[in-house]
Design a protein around this ligand. Structure first.
Ligand SMILES: [Zn+2]
Length: 283
């Protein structure tokens, strides 16, 4: 993680050197209500990018419901939409409970005025760990109460159970998933409960917060050179020293919806996306 954090720091320093008027403001991205036309194409990186030709996740489908529809953050690349639908159907088949889908991306991706630094290219989706047995009402979906699955450095067994563990394994084994961010205590629990077949654990990356939801990041589409991928996840199950280093770190609470003061420098093509023009397909 040290290397990646150093890179993130260097990127932040580089961004700070760019005059403010050239940096992206999140408000215009939050204000657009519809995707841009043309082929669906993630442009840039998760924390500095946008999404041309977004697809929309319907508010509900087999095995899932979308939370807080008024936020208008249920757009994504078709691979992300397909992943959510597949995972929800698989969970329904196994009677794991209803998947509650949190933020994905804005209609044209880009920076958000509150909350996430990432979720900008339509490849990220937050899914709650709470798995209700019956669908929520419209009022509950609009103002959901999240439940933390973590107490101290361990999962809280009064709320965590095998449905959560099975869902995360299903998600990690899904094709096209690049990585999944979970609280270190959740990764530790899965490291403990997994059997001999452990390769899928590599995709689960410890991070602060992520104790009431997990964050799935899809891989860049293979034929999209404008999409900037993250470095591949390290080899191995990640249950050794790296996880330990997280478990001994002081926890950094992540306030859910603080205003976003990051102003990333977006790729030039994002200007066309924001203006609602079609972007030439890069393939
Ligand atoms: Zn997220």
């Amino acid at each position: 993680m040290g290397g990646r954090r150093l890179i993130a720091m260097m990127a932040a320093v580089a961004a700070a050197a760019v005059p403010l008027h050239l940096r992206a403001q999140s408000d215009p991205w939050a204000a657009v209500r519809r995707p841009s036309p043309g082929t669906s194409q993630p442009i840039g990186s998760a924390a500095a990018g946008c999404l041309a030709g977004a697809a929309m996740l319907p508010p509900q489908g087999i095995g899932y419901q979308v939370l807080r529809l008024e936020r208008n953050r249920f757009y994504g690349h078709p691979s992300t939409i397909a992943f959510v639908r597949r995972l929800a159907a698989a969970a329904a088949k196994r009677h794991l409970g209803v998947l509650l889908i949190g933020d994905m991306a804005q209609p044209r991706g880009g920076p958000m005025p509150s909350g996430h630094g990432s979720h900008q290219t339509g490849l990220d989706v937050d899914i709650w760990l709470e798995l209700p047995k019956a669908p929520l009402s419209a009022a509950e979906l609009a103002r959901p109460q999240s439940i933390s699955m973590v107490k101290g450095r361990r999962v809280d067994r009064t709320v965590w159970g095998s449905p959560q563990a099975r869902l995360l394994e299903l998600a990690a084994r899904s094709p096209g998933v690049d990585r999944i961010f979970v609280n270190p205590a959740i990764k530790a629990e899965l490291c403990h409960s997994a059997g001999k077949d452990r390769a899928w654990l590599a995709k689960l990356r410890p991070w602060w917060g992520h104790d009431e939801h997990f964050h799935v990041r899809m891989a860049c589409p293979a034929d999209d050179p404008a999409c900037v991928p993250q470095r591949p996840v390290p080899e191995g199950d990640g249950c050794g020293w790296e996880l330990y280093s997280w478990l001994v770190k002081p926890t950094l609470p992540i306030p859910a919806d603080r205003p976003n003061h990051r102003h990333p420098v977006l790729p030039a093509a994002c200007k066309a996306v924001l203006d609602g023009r079609a972007v030439a397909a890069s393939r």
